[in-house]
Unconditional design. Sequence first.
Lengths: 56, 520
Amino acid sequence: MTPTAIVVLVLALTVVWGGLALAILNLRRAPVDPDDDEPETDQPLAGDGSGPAGSR
Amino acid sequence: MARASTSPEREQWSGQTGFILAAVGSAVGLGNIWRFPGVAYENGGGAFLVPYVIALLVIGIPVLFFDYALGHRFRGSAPTVFRRLTRRAESLGWFQVGISIVIILYYTVIIAWALSFVWFSVGQTWGDDAASFFTNDYLRTTPEAGVSLDIVPGVFWPLVGTWVVTLVILALGVQKGLERSNIIFLPMLVVLFAALVVRALFLDGAADGLNAFFTPDWSALLHPGVWIAAVAHIFFSLSIAFGIMVTYSSYLKRRSNLTSSGLVVAFSNSSFEILAGVGVFATLGFMANQQGVEVSELEGLTGPTLSFSTFPQIISAMPGGSVFGVLFFVSLAVAGLTSLLSLLQVVSAAFQEKFGWDPRQAALRVGGVAAVVSILLFSTTTALHVLDTLDKWANEVGVITSAVVMTILVAWRLRLLPQLRWHLNQVSSTRIGPWWQYVVGIVVPLVIGYMLVSGVWMLVTEGYGGYPLWFRLVFGWGAIAFMVVFAVIMTKVRWVKDPDDFVPWPPLPTGGLTKSGDRS
């Protein structure tokens, strides 16, 4: 392989596979803890008169 | 008060790992193996990786977060989510379901072809002329584009088998079906493909192939078409903007790390693409070496031609080619299967929620109809022409239209981007800044809108593939018309259970949000 192709190959692997490694590390550093205000089920909650998007 | 006691619980992933595996399985598909290497090579080789990475960071990941935020906050399939945004937007959700239906019809047959070629690889059945074997002997393709009901038994039975397997997995539901199959298939795909790449790297001429793939042509970066190709590829590759990631993220538990998971999914997809580029071009280097030509002189470097004509030729010339062939075609079938399952789930989930069906009923009724249509259209002698046309219109008109409409609707009509950014930041560890709103609200509609207009203009003025006008009208524009009519009709059908009876979680802060998505 030519030196230029090798440099591009190494750069591509570093950026993309390095990005994946960092993303996995980032995810593992922040485990998800259930929160007290989280609904116990995933069912729709009764409406309170506000719009469906919750902002209108 | 929650009313959970009166109805069955909505399905969920068992955890983030199951979701990530399924989302990666969806993103890593046929395009990673047969599209990315060729697109990169034709658009500047190593230099293409610059617009590719920029498109990933600036367009792909922000739109992936956008899909996740919509699905996770509004907890439903695409029609449910858009209906919950505003009643009139439900049809956009059904339009996305329509896109999935069209893609499912032809995607299944490619997996069936790959399965047939696993068997053909063992005896290298294609003989000396692999291209002729694929189109004439195996598919029995008619020279002219048309509609035929001449069933090809060699395609019919693998296609029936593929449909049976996928519908059984679909009927098992989110955790037992989708999640478990991805837990098996995705690691299997990585192992098989890694073995294939290692074998390819030790072939004579592999270095020439890698030189061709990675040597940058920096002048390509001056061509806008190269940048558009990068954006288009990222868009199609990540399975964004047509309901898949909206549906998948809706099955996540309420407290889920959306942005960090999204980064893992996006970079996993790209990592596999780079691996595919290495494997495919090392193999093409071997082919060029055997023929005594330059890699640049080879033809058939993308799509079905690469997989079903070029690769069989290489397999025949290679020591231990049968093993290599089995590895390649099993990888192709597995990559396709995990993506197909995600497409089917978009359809299944939408019908489950609209009609109150369970996964088994949806698989049997909707999947059964899709299977019959797919088998009738794609086990015949005109399958290749129909597939090529549907694929072009579904992706370059259907998916891109969906993306433009959904970003403009959410950003400009409903002005929900601040709420979606707030939602992402509430549940995720990696916070995103106000820049995300500008990207999704301004950059994406502009770039994708330009792609849509230029793509439609090309299809209208220049046609496609040399197909006659009537054929393009029936299978190209006709497919788009089907999506629109299907969306209109399905929107008019009554819901079994009112989807509007819903309040998003977490509740918005009492003081409201500022335009930038921060607490006021």
